[in-house]
Ligand binder design. Sequence first.
Ligand code: NOJ
Length: 575
Amino acid sequence: MSEREWWRDAIVYQLYVRSFGDANGDGAGDLEGIILRLDHLGELGVDAVWLTPCYPSPQHDHGYDVADYFDIEPVYGTLDTFDHLVAAAHDRGIRVLMDVVPNHCSDQHEWFQAALRAPKGSRERDRFWFRNGRGVDGGLPPNNWRAVFGGPAWSRVTEPDGSPGQWYLHTFTPWQPDFNWHHPDVVDHFDRMLTFWFDRGVDGFRVDAVTVVGKHSDLPDAPPSEEGTPETDVWAHNPYTVFWPSAHDHWRHWRALIDEYERTHPGRQLVTVSEAYTAKRPDLLLRYVQPDQFHQSFCFDLMLSPWVAAMIREAVASVIDVLVPAGAALAWTLNNHDTQRSITRYGRADAATPASWTGNNLVYTDAPVDLEVGTRRARAMIAFAAALPGTLYLYQGEELGLPEVLDIPDERREDPIFLRTQGREIGRDGCRVPLPWTSSPAHAYGFSSADVEPWLPQPEGWGRYAIGPEHDSEASMLALYQRTLRMRKQLDPEALLEWVPLDVDVDDVIAFRRGHVLVILNVGSAPVVLPADLVGDTETLLTSWAGGRFDGTLYADACVWLRTLSPPLVQHRSR
Ligand code: NOJ
């Protein structure tokens, strides 16, 4: 029996709870709605699900503003429903990950409410970052830090006696006050929280926004960022919080707690995956996946890469070259609830230009979109990514081929990014639109048990993406996902990636081998005839296009898997 941990090469499906399935007919998804649709996940062959935050929350940031870390949001269900979900998923062999938000809570959290009532300098205030303001009467924020979602990173409170008071720090929005991790209560709170959910059978956590958890304790002004830096990117240039080293002490503490939990609960194998955007800096990524910190950290550069062969290859190779020799796990993803959907990104007129790299998943160009091109590329990319060593995280709806919904009316948009930038940034609502389950518009295309208007509007014709007659076709995106994920399970998980140099006259083709499987991706806009000595003696396992036939010429924007008979080539490091 292999000792390999399950999470080293799993398929994890991200459930955006609010938009997956609505069982109680109120227009928002819920836990029961997930339980009723578990068959879909079983048929896809996922090993685990990751639930976006489903704790009680005023939903200013759709759950990433947690009011109580020890309960379930009433709109989504109860602790009982949650226990049923865990049991139903486990019955099918599907593990359950939750989402933990350590940097901040909701301003409705009882600790923050207590801090507002308590005096300056109190223990209650010290669990957050309260400071006096600058300028006459303290009317200016304590420093110049900017919030990720627009505006200053500080808000002023009114003291209990009605006078204008101190300011508190919020890296994201005023509804999300940052915790002060130097305070022992904060450390203890999260120890209790992790244990509480592990005791309910949870198999791990996705850990939110880890790069901003540490702060320079003097909170100095950040240096000015370059002229023209987009509003949602200014925060990323603040060296006094982003990648501040003190956070790593907390991750070590968490890992010790988790290791101890596993030791005292034989048979449990827990995982944490951290959300750290490290834009072309695998050395920074490596800091999070030290053996005494997180088990995994998303490798986001592949998701953010333009449709350019050299950049895609570099996004993979640079991470593998740093993480694999260190024994660290890999976690690939192409979509999530914060990022424009891949079909839309790849369909942008500028997608194949290196200049479209922003390194930031919140910053996009508004070049026109060709969904046909985007779909072809997204198909090729999932085939490519599914063959990489490591874990693959999917985001709900990508298997249906959903595009980003770009034309949600302003008055229906809910993302705080849109609201806090007064609409200058479009925000993330477009990748969170409730899933279509039926082709007919009744019951919000099958999303809801009632004929309600869902929390975000679904565009007309959304039903064309639903599971149903359309997806019975072998040509559908869903069929491709099912084939690809099935095929992926046949790869040898231990097989390393070996880049294959190609003797072709174009720069648009990338090839690698894993064991006896040769994977070739053509990101160019013209078909490429592949060398006969490479593809001659092979059997076709998978094609990103429908039909599955491959005659040695690889179409534009396409990927193929071939079984080779020759022994694996060189070492996995090729550069
Ligand atoms: C990252 C989460 O993925 C995003 O949805 C959220 O708004 C921020 N962190 C703040 O928690």
